[in-house]
Design a protein around this ligand. Structure first.
Ligand code: FES
Ligand code: FES
Length: 202
């Protein structure tokens, strides 16, 4: 057999094989291609969400993976809620959603769509008078650097509303998710005890 004959034979074989494979593949796909096309949405596309924060509606558009903490801080400029660990360990990011405390670093902002969110910026009265818990923290020196304080105060407000602020041990237990590197814990307990009756009166 000559080289040319061998070359033609090899080409013919390859061409035949490819043609067969393509035919089989096309035949195999024909059913799938007949199915109606589905529209794939890109998961990276921004989502439109309306967040009600401190009584004000905010229409926002952000990546669906945005946390509530980042939405507050980066999209609304509400930097009172602090990012400590960003892993649900320290409580610095605590905010209230429908009066229940949540760790905003572990909460997807989109899940708060239409819910009532309260941050430290929304705790005082519109005339500027402080919430009883804010005043109590000042009266008892319940902070040093202040980094944990917004989360502590919101957690303390919820703690009282939950009915978990009757005795010191209970307060410590139900405030244990809020860490304070300055160790202002005894003062925080005293502040909560001062604010509790005043919150009940209000
Ligand atoms: S920043 Fe959310 S728990 Fe630490
Ligand atoms: S006041 Fe500094 S971390 Fe609590």
């Amino acid at each position: 057999m000559t080289n040319q004959t061998r070359g033609w034979s090899r080409r013919n074989l390859l061409a035949t094989s490819i043609a067969s494979t393509v035919s089989v593949t096309l035949l195999g796909r024909s059913g799938a291609e007949a199915a109606p096309a589905t529209v794939q949405t890109n998961p990276r596309d921004p989502v439109n969400v309306t967040l009600k924060v401190n009584g004000r509606q905010h229409r926002l558009s952000f990546d669906v993976r945005t946390t509530l903490l980042d939405a507050l801080r980066e999209h609304m400029g509400l930097t009172g809620s602090k990012k400590g660990c960003d892993h649900g360990q320290c409580g610095a990011c605590t905010v209230l959603v429908n009066d229940r405390r949540v760790l905003s670093c572990l909460t997807l902002a989109a899940s708060a769509d239409g819910q009532d969110v309260t941050t430290i910026e929304g705790l005082a009265q519109p005339d500027g008078s402080l919430h009883a818990m804010q005043q109590a923290f000042i009266d008892h020196d319940a902070f040093q650097c202040g980094y944990c304080t917004p989360g502590q105060i919101l957690s303390a407000v919820a703690c009282v509303k939950e009915g978990h602020a009757v005795v010191d041990a209970e307060i410590r237990e139900y405030m244990s998710g809020n860490l304070c590197r300055c160790a202002a814990y005894p003062n925080i307990v005293d502040a909560i005890k001062q604010a509790r009756p005043k919150m009940k009166e209000a």
